[in-house]
Write a protein that binds this ligand. Structure first.
Ligand code: SF4
Ligand code: FES
Length: 238
C-alpha cells in the first residue's frame, strides 16, 4: 500500500491507482466529469484539479491523471484549487448551458455568472468519454475528435454515418451530459448523434427485437461463438 495524505488525513492507495480513485474511495468529494474507471484517464474536463505537494514543492494537477506516490500531500479544497475549478466550471457551463447536471454542479461550486460567450448551439463538453468507451471497451472505434480550438467536435469519420458503430448504446450510457440519444422503432435502432441506424435481430423464443444484427455478428466473430449463439435473446436465455 502507498501512504499519502489528503487534506491532512492519512490515506492509502494501491500501486497503479490515481489520486482521484483513492480520494473518492476514501470519501473525499472531488468534482469530476470525464473520469470513468473502465477507461484510461484522459484529463479532459480538468474539474478534478487538486494541489499536490511533493518534496516541498506544490503543483496543481488533475487528480485523475496523477498516480499515487508515497508521501505526497494532496489538497482538494485549497483556495487556489477552488478558484481554478470555478473558472473551469464557468467554461464548461458556457459550453453546455442547458444541462441540469452542469447547472447543479456549477451552483454547488458557487458559479453564478458566466463571463465566457455561451453557445446555445453546442451541448457537448468534449470530455471524450464516448470515444474512449467505444475504443477501449467496445472496440468499435466508431467516433473521434475532429478539428481544433473552438471548432473541436466529437464526430463519426468524415462527419457522415458512423460506419463502425454497432449501436450498442455504450456511449449513450456514459455521456455525462446526456446528449447522445438512441431510439428504437420497429426493427430498427438509431444512435441519433452518430447518424447510425441498424436492423435489430428478433428472438426466436419471445419474438422481441433485442440487439442490432451488426453488433451480434461482431461479438460472435470476436468471441468465436457458434453461429446460432444469439438466436435467443438475453432474457430468454435465462
Ligand atoms: S458526446 Fe457526451 S460523452 Fe461524448 S465527448 Fe461529448 S459530452 Fe463527452
Ligand atoms: S475527471 Fe479528471 S480531468 Fe476530468
Amino acid at each position: 500500500m502507498i501512504p499519502i495524505t489528503i487534506d491532512g488525513q492519512p490515506v492509502e492507495g494501491k500501486e497503479g491507482e490515481n489520486i482521484l480513485q483513492v480520494a473518492l474511495d476514501a470519501g473525499f468529494d472531488i468534482p469530476h466529469l470525464c473520469y470513468n474507471e473502465n477507461v484510461k484517464p484522459y484529463g479532459a474536463c480538468r474539474l478534478c484539479l487538486v494541489e499536490v505537494v511533493r518534496r516541498g514543492r506544490s503543483r496543481m494537477t488533475t487528480a485523475c491523471t496523477y498516480p499515487v506516490m508515497e508521501g505526497i500531500e494532496v489538497l482538494t479544497q485549497s483556495e487556489k484549487v477552488l478558484r481554478a475549478r470555478r473558472m473551469i466550471m464557468e467554461l464548461i457551463l458556457a459550453m453546455c448551458p442547458g444541462d441540469k447536471l452542469i447547472q447543479d454542479m456549477a451552483k454547488q461550486m458557487g458559479v453564478e455568472q458566466v463571463r465566457f460567450k455561451k453557445d446555445d448551439n453546442k451541448d457537448c463538453i468534449l470530455c471524450g468519454l464516448c470515444a474512449r468507451v467505444c475504443d477501449e471497451v467496445v472496440g468499435a472505434h466508431a467516433i473521434s475528435f475532429a478539428f481544433r480550438g473552438d471548432r473541436r467536435e466529437m464526430v463519426p469519420p468524415f462527419l457522415g454515418e458512423a460506419m463502425n458503430c454497432i449501436a450498442c448504446g455504450a456511449c449513450v450510457v456514459v455521456c455525462p451530459v446526456d446528449v447522445i440519444r438512441m431510439k428504437e422503432e420497429g426493427d430498427e435502432r438509431t444512435i441519433i448523434r452518430w447518424k447510425r441506424t441498424l436492423k435489430m435481430k428478433q428472438c426466436k423464443v419471445c419474438g422481441n427485437y433485442f440487439a442490432p444484427w451488426f453488433q451480434l455478428e461482431k461479438f460472435k466473430e470476436r468471441a468465436k461463438l457458434p453461429k446460432d449463439f444469439f438466436d435467443v435473446c438475453f432474457t430468454c436465455r435465462g
